[in-house]
Write a new protein. Structure first.
Length: 291
C-alpha cells in the first residue's frame, strides 16, 4: 500500500503536533518512524489510520483514508497498549474482534503467536501483565495482515527475550507476506537491522526520509592514535569521541571524499560504521537549547 502525505497539519488547540508535513512511502517495506518524545509520531500515525480529519491530504493507494470505510479496513494501527477490546473481554474474544474487523485476518497465525508469546486465551485483557498486553497488541497487528500495518511503540512493554522473538516473527512474516509496515520506536538499535527506510521527524516536521543503509553511510567511526584522529577530524562534524590510553575513536557525520579516505590510510586510521541511533540523536539535537 502506497502512502502519500501532503501538507499535513495536526493541531490540538494552540499546540501544533504535525506541521505542514509531506512525504510518500512507496510500500512493501518496513519503515522506521523515529522521533523524540513529543515529536508528533502518534499524531501522524493516528491520522494515517483515519482517526483524525487531516488538514492537508492523506491518501492510501490514491484514496483519502478519513471517513473511507474501504480504505480504513486495509489499515491496522496498534498503539503501545492494545485498544481492540475492552479490558473485561477475554483474549480469545479480542482475537474474535480482530477476525471480524479484518478481511485479511489469519486466525491460525494469530493463535500461533498467542502460543509463542504465552498469552492465556481465557484471561481477561485487563488481567494480563504489561508485557502480555503489549504482546497481544503485536498479535493483533501481525495477524491482521493489513496492507498498512502500523506499530506505535507497541513492543515497549515486552521483556528483552520477547522483543527479540517479536523481531524475528515480524521479519519472517513480512518476507512471506509483504506489506507496508511502519514502526515507531525508541529502541532504534534493536530494530535497526529490520528497517529498510527511515522517516525522522522532530517538533512535528519532517527532518529526513532515507533508506537506512544510505543514512548509515553518512556516519563513520574513526579510530587510531589520538593525535592522528584529532588531525583527521579537524573541521569535520564530530558527534562524539572516546579515548583509551593513546587510542581514540571519534564519530563523524558526513560522507568522506576520496582525498579524506586516502589521508585516513596514510595515518593508519581504521574507519567503520556508526550506529543508526547515534545519527538519529545528531539529526534531532536541539539547537541552542531549543527544538
Amino acid at each position: 500500500m502506497r502512502v502519500d502525505v501532503s501538507g499535513l497539519t495536526v493541531r490540538y488547540g494552540d499546540v501544533t503536533a504535525v506541521d505542514d508535513m509531506s512525504f510518500s512511502l512507496s510500500g512493501n517495506k518496513i519503515y522506521g518512524l523515529l522521533g523524540r518524545n513529543g515529536s508528533g509520531k502518534t499524531s501522524l500515525m493516528s491520522t494515517l489510520a483515519g482517526y483524525r480529519r487531516p488538514i492537508g491530504s492523506v491518501q492510501l493507494d490514491g484514496e483519502p483514508v478519513f471517513e473511507n470505510a474501504g480504505a480504513m479496513r486495509n489499515v491496522c494501527l496498534v498503539r503501545h497498549t492494545p485498544d481492540a477490546a475492552d479490558k473485561g473481554d477475554k483474549v480469545a474474544e479480542a482475537l474474535n474482534f480482530g477476525k471480524a474487523w479484518r478481511d485479511t485476518w489469519d486466525d491460525t497465525y494469530a493463535h500461533e503467536l498467542v502460543e509463542l508469546f504465552k498469552i492465556p486465551l481465557r484471561t481477561k485483557v485487563g488481567e494480563l501483565s504489561l508485557g502480555q498486553r503489549s504482546a497481544l497488541g503485536v498479535v493483533i497487528g501481525l495477524a491482521s495482515r493489513s496492507p498498512l500495518t502500523m506499530l506505535d511503540e507497541s513492543h515497549l512493554g515486552m521483556d528483552t527475550p520477547t522483543r527479540y522473538a517479536f523481531y524475528d516473527t515480524l521479519l519472517n512474516d513480512f518476507m512471506a507476506h509483504p506489506r507496508t509496515i511502519i514502526i515507531s520506536t525508541h529502541l532504534i538499535e534493536e530494530l535497526a537491522s529490520l528497517l529498510e527506510e527511515v522517516v525522522i521527524i522532530d517538533s512535528g516536521r519532517l527532518v529526513l526520509q532515507e533508506e537506512a543503509d544510505v543514512l548509515r553511510s553518512r556516519g563513520t567511526e574513526v579510530t587510531g592514535s589520538a593525535s592522528d584522529v584529532d588531525e583527521f577530524t579537524a573541521g569535520l562534524t564530530v558527534l562524539g569521541s572516546k579515548s583509551l590510553g593513546r587510542t581514540k575513536a571519534a564519530m563523524v557525520y558526513g560522507t568522506l571524499d576520496d582525498s579524506q579516505l586516502i589521508r585516513a590510510r596514510q595515518l593508519g586510521l581504521e574507519l567503520g560504521p556508526i550506529a543508526l541511533q547515534d545519527l538519529f540523536v545528531h539529526l534531532t539535537e536541539p539547537v541552542g537549547g531549543k527544538r
